[in-house]
Ligand binder design. Structure first.
Ligand SMILES: [Zn+2]
Length: 656
């Protein structure tokens, strides 16, 4: 088979009538306002109120919902939109709780959900109630539009993310939803960040693929107390100061993780001077001592390349003339994904080199982790964003702190922080700050973008048909190929879809639902006439990538040259001898893309032949007539010119 998929241009089947996308945008803004009015501040949380809000919306749509109130007023919610089971589930996860808001410092009441001047205000607008609404509306829309899902779509809303992850831990426990969540392949939650410049355009879309692990340590030591007038060389405080100075001087190793390397590569085109080169090949940059020093000393860059240590708290003494008997300090340590905390402790012990200074690790440390970027979900995000925001790169970011994703990755789930929402750097700083708000325009636009991502990954073959190709399998003996097709059509049918295949499948014993797509001018008509259904795409009549004449620069000619009259002047009803008229579904014109680089190329090969094939496919043999058609076709040119279409001015057509 010629390697590329056809861009199918002649419509055979009308798309189902969908409600206009604008109504989902209105729905998103309306639900966001109402959700922001629910106070889910933690502590105490009261996430049950948020869960019941979701439950009401989802159950009205006929979507199955479970609410797990695991402590009074504290609840998780799981909603399930079942798929065919062909692929493992996708989890859309959001946390219901928000951090406290000091109303006295806000311009508007923090739980007003006020909509004004293109902004929607409220605690949670950035972190992360708006993302929750995008997820919610996606579920509603998938349900209303009857999206044929290849995988279950799970909507998981959790409690307590801003405090201790109690909700996510409960959800992953056997008493929660573990059996349903653990089977998932992908998860989308918070952590994505897309900051726009003054022009309103993001420099890049940041998808968080990993996060550093906060590994907060305490140093403590004791010693002999005494009077300040007679110094004690190895007092607790002196030893602590010496230990802290060694920690301060210590340079942790630079390590380039794949996601971080990609992030810098994507920044290289915008970097100035020598940095552009460093960012393009960070491994090489780090290997050079002088460059490594410069990268180390850049605090923004440095934090992405190593385990960091900040000395943040020191406690000792109470009176100037008293040498204290105890001293302690706290270190904010952040470990890179994949780091072993025990190895880091051993490194730090060696650095401090004083057994009397005790290092106390945190009681509930979680190993930091990351997800690969070579996944179907990451590629779906890239494709969809590429369509909606052409030219804006999609890159990987490493978060400085943990999200609930850290709990899901060890189960083999690829978890990403992803959102299509755009923010200014001022708006993003209102998360956990005052006057938290989101732009209504980005909520509206993101509603469709987020839905498209989910559709792309959860409904990979959303239509009722599944095309298996056909002429790739030249190496199989005919009997083997026949058995293969008969087996495959059973599988396709078991997923509720109709199989389509090229001429070659006609040799098999086909199910009444299977469809043969005729392309070879030399195909055996006896076999084709037995096909339950036929799509007609004869290569010498309908392949839009064939040249018009010898002088056409684009296109190929292996099936012949196809001027407009050749494309128009044939009868689909009599092309295949012996085929029952009822078996013929219609005409499809493939445009194979070997010689096509731009939309203008595609337009040139498709028009005007596509118009000829459309008339042929949609109107009866009488009164189809070439002479009348070429005149009517010529009358189309002012419209095509007005639309800026690059069509071929065929000499046999009297163009207006
Ligand atoms: Zn959050």
């Amino acid at each position: 088979m010629r390697a590329l998929l056809p861009a199918v241009l002649a419509a055979l089947w009308a798309a189902p009538a969908n409600p206009p996308a604008a109504s989902y945008e209105d729905l998103a803004v309306d639900l966001l306002q109402r959700y922001l009015q629910i106070d889910t501040t933690v502590p105490p949380g009261n996430e049950l109120k948020g869960a019941l809000f979701f439950k009401d919306v989802l159950e009205r749509e006929g979507i199955r919902v479970e609410v797990d109130e695991f402590a009074p007023g504290r609840a998780n919610l799981l909603a399930t939109l079942p798929g065919s089971g062909r692929a493992r589930p996708l989890i859309l996860m959001n946390h219901i709780d928000v951090v406290p808001a000091d109303a006295a410092r806000w311009k508007v009441p923090p739980f007003s959900g006020l909509r004004q001047d293109g902004l929607v205000w409220g605690r949670g607008a950035e972190d992360m109630k708006t993302e929750a609404i995008l997820q919610l509306v996606t579920l509603v829309r998938a349900r209303r539009e009857g999206l044929k899902l290849d995988r279950d779509l799970l909507f998981l809303a959790t409690a307590d993310e801003e405090a201790g992850f109690a909700g996510a831990l409960r959800a992953l426990s056997p008493e929660g939803f573990r059996d349903r969540l653990a089977k998932a392949e992908f998860l989308i939650t918070e952590g994505g960040e897309n900051i726009v410049d003054e022009s309103g355009r993001p420099a890049f879309f940041g998808v968080a693929t990993g996060e550093k692990g906060p590994f907060w340590l305490k140093l403590q030591t004791t010693g002999t107390p005494g009077h300040g007038s007679r110094p004690i060389a190895d007092s607790a405080l002196n030893r602590l100061v010496r230990a802290l100075d060694r920690v301060r001087e210590h340079r942790t190793a630079l390590k380039v993780l794949p996601a971080v390397a990609k992030f810098f590569r994507d920044q290289a085109p915008r970097a100035a001077g020598a940095r552009a080169g460093w960012y393009r090949d960070l491994d090489a940059a780090v290997a050079d001592p002088a460059t490594a020093r410069a990268l180390y000393d850049d605090r923004e860059v440095s934090a992405l390349l190593r385990n960091t240590i900040s000395i943040t708290v020191v406690n000792a003494g109470y009176k100037t003339n008293v040498i204290p008997g105890t001293a302690s300090a706290e270190l904010d340590v952040r470990l890179l994904p994949g780091e072993d905390p025990q190895a880091f402790l051993a490194e730090l012990r060696k650095v401090i080199d004083d057994p009397t200074v005790e290092i106390v690790p945190p009681s509930d440390f979680r190993q930091p982790n990351a997800s690969p970027t070579d996944t179907a979900l990451f590629r779906a995000v890239e494709r969809v964003l590429g369509r909606h925001f052409p030219g804006v790169p999609v890159t990987t970011t490493l978060l400085a702190g943990a999200t609930e994703s850290v709990l899901f990755r060890p189960l083999g789930i690829a978890a990403y922080g992803f959102t299509p929402l755009l923010t200014t750097s001022e708006e993003i700083s209102t998360a956990h700050g005052d006057d938290e708000r989101v732009q209504e325009a980005t909520v509206r636009r993101s509603t469709g973008v987020f839905y498209d991502v989910v559709r792309e990954i959860a409904a990979m073959t959303p239509g009722p048909y599944f095309h298996i190709g056909g002429d790739e399998v030249k190496t199989l003996a005919p009997a083997q190929y026949k058995a293969f097709v008969e087996r495959v059509q059973e599988i396709v049918q078991s997923h509720g879809k109709q199989m389509i295949g090229w001429d070659e499948i006609a040799a098999a014993t086909l199910l009444p639902t299977s469809i043969v797509q005729h392309w070879r001018p030399d195909a055996a008509h006896g076999e084709l006439a037995r096909a339950p259904h036929l799509i007609l795409s004869p290569a010498n009549r309908t392949y839009l990538d064939m040249k018009y004449d010898q002088n056409t620069a684009l296109g190929l000619s292996w099936a012949g040259l196809i001027p407009i009259k050749t494309a128009y002047d044939w009868d689909p009803a009599t092309l295949v001898q012996g085929a029952a008229p009822a078996a013929i579904l219609g005409v499809e014109a493939p445009l194979w893309s070997e010689t096509i680089a731009t939309m203008r190329d595609a337009e040139f090969l498709a028009l005007p032949r596509l118009a000829a094939i459309a008339e042929l496919g949609w109107s009866p043999a009488q009164p189809r007539d070439w002479e009348s058609f070429r005149v009517r076709l010529g009358a189309q040119s002012p419209r095509w010119v007005a639309l800026g279409i690059n069509f071929y001015r065929a000499p046999e057509v009297p163009w207006k």
